[in-house]
Design a binder for this molecule. Structure first.
Ligand code: NI
Length: 284
């Protein structure tokens, strides 16, 4: 029981009065009636908007890029390995590509499946998912996987103005370089939609694919693997999505099956791209 100053004074005077009149008056003080100081600021803040969950945004909503500082130490890329020196005109090469990440749950699983077999993949990233998954992006680069640009918010580029196209691509380049990795050397348009405006306003090679296993429609990893393996051919760029757990579950088997017959390389390796490369590439 806590007593405030006036209660204590009241008890003292009551004791004196009790001695005088022959009995002691002990006031019963209900703790609940003692004024308890309330920190209005903190209780207000506890119920403030800042603590309420933000409204669910639809997939691919355009959220302004945050101002981020690059890390002080840039990550080191994987050392040059033999497949970087492979001539994909002479050898049977395949590029496994993964769109729409990074996804914190599924993308690292795919990266690990590739790294375990010492092969490389290509990830086309959504710009507005990069800052919150910066460690994943750095690890991609360290693993030797290729980091590609898949726009900021995945709109239909056929409906964008030239300034919107440049903003979608430029904001994504900036978000990726802000994680400390080099600017992506390749761009993949959302939905594979190509337009003259893209050629005119995007100064990166535009990469689509020549094998589409429609992994997003499958719910059985074995079926995804079967379709990818059946579609494999020299020079293939295979479209998949690292946001799908079914695909993540399929990658180990895909890699184990293809690796004896193909070099699994990045898109830039497959196409032998250089910094001067420009135009549309669907495979080789
Ligand atoms: Ni996409």
């Amino acid at each position: 029981m806590r007593l405030d100053r006036s209660s204590r004074r009241y008890i003292r005077s009551s004791v004196v009065a009790g001695l005088v009149i022959g009995f002691t008056l002990i006031p019963v003080v209900n703790a609940g009636t003692i004024p308890i100081s309330v920190d209005h600021d903190s209780s207000e803040h506890n119920s403030s908007l800042a603590d309420k969950p933000t409204a669910q945004l639809p997939d691919f909503a355009y959220i302004q890029p945050p101002k981020t500082e690059p890390p002080r130490e840039a990550p080191k890329p994987a050392p040059v390995q033999h497949e970087q020196l492979v001539d994909c005109q002479a050898s049977a090469c395949i590029a496994l590509t993964f769109d729409d990440g990074p996804d914190p749950a599924t993308t690292p699983r795919i990266m690990a499946a590739l790294a375990n077999e010492h092969v490389r993949g290509t990830f086309f990233l959504i710009g507005n998912r990069v800052a919150s998954n910066a460690n994943i992006v750095r690890q991609m680069y360290v693993n030797g996987d290729e980091v590609g640009n898949h726009s900021w918010s995945h709109p239909d580029f056929g409906k964008l103005t030239p300034p919107q196209i440049e903003q979608q691509v430029g904001d994504t380049q900036n978000a990726i370089t802000a994680t400390g990795v080099p600017p992506p050397p390749i761009f993949r348009p959302p939905y594979g939609i190509k337009s003259q405006a893209e050629y005119d306003h995007i100064h990166l090679p535009i990469i689509t694919w020549n094998v589409d296993p429609r992994d997003w429609a499958e719910h059985d990893p074995n079926r995804v693997a079967d379709i990818v393996i059946a579609g494999a051919k020299p020079g293939a760029i295979i479209l998949m999505h690292d946001t799908k757990s079914t695909t993540a579950d399929a990658v180990s088997r895909i890699v184990a099956t293809l690796k004896p017959n193909y070099k699994l390389v990045t898109v830039s390796q497959l196409l032998n791209l250089t910094p001067d490369s420009h135009g549309l590439f669907i495979g080789r």
